[in-house]
Design a binder for this molecule. Sequence first.
Ligand SMILES: Cc1ncc(COP(=O)(O)O)c(C=O)c1O
Length: 298
Amino acid sequence: MRDAGQDDAAIEESLDPADWEAARDLVVRVAGEAVDHLHAVPSRPVWRDMPPDIRAGLATPLPEGPTALENVVREVFDTAMAYPMGNTHPRFWSWYMGAGNLTGVLAEFLAAVQGSNLGGGNHAAACMDDQVAGWLKEMVGFPAEASGTLTSGGSEANLVGLTVARNVMAGVDVRAEGIAAAPRPLRFYAFDQVHGCHLKAVEGLGLGRKALRLIPTGGDFRIDLAALRVAIAEDRAAGLKPACIIGTAGTVNAGQRSRLIAARRVPPHPLEHRADDPPMRETDRDHVGAAECVVHAD
Ligand SMILES: Cc1ncc(COP(=O)(O)O)c(C=O)c1O
């Protein structure tokens, strides 16, 4: 409750800076340091261990008072920026990880400044979001009526894709009835080089870890199609419902692709064939092939 007579202006609270000119100076300085940081990445060591005092400074209890923004920024540069994982370095060979770039920095910055919710609405950023999804559909030859969305990364994208496969193949309205109402348990197939996010996805989708059958690969780290056929036949015979073959266009370990187009035609194929399927062939040896594989995915 407000006290009678309290001045409206005095009680107005805002997260805006108290001094916009000082805020501008800070942003310009931080932007300059950030660009210098990016420029210097190749000349820094790939990785450095944190000195004990830096590590200790990152394990302190909850602060009880505020810290000036300028000091927070300084602390970030002295800690997080100074001791990175190393994945943005050109000589980082530990796993496969995205590295970002200057364009991405600007995109993230402007997206945060623009600040719109892209769940819908009549505004330019929502149209831009649709436009980019439309361009991606065009790039891979998806029909105009296909829908699409931008996600935060591979795990979320695969979760969305596998959710669609689950809902289409379950044989019930999963959104209304839940997966327990499906007449037959679903089975998904992937080669044993597949990224771990698929396992997490089937767990999260309530299908259970057993729903993902990992098919062995040969010395070439590509899927054994004969083993895939056997697995599907076994599952059908056991009353399970083959629902989805997960293809990979570039594995984490070997940069290898599953035989995507060929796997798509494994009979008895659990998924609908499109009328314009190409004759079976092994085109997924080069990048053109990888793109073609995406085109022929459901
Ligand atoms: C082949 C593959 N799929 C999925 C992922 C998961 O992507 P994210 O870390 O963006 O969720 C990765 C990450 O390295 C990956 O290499």
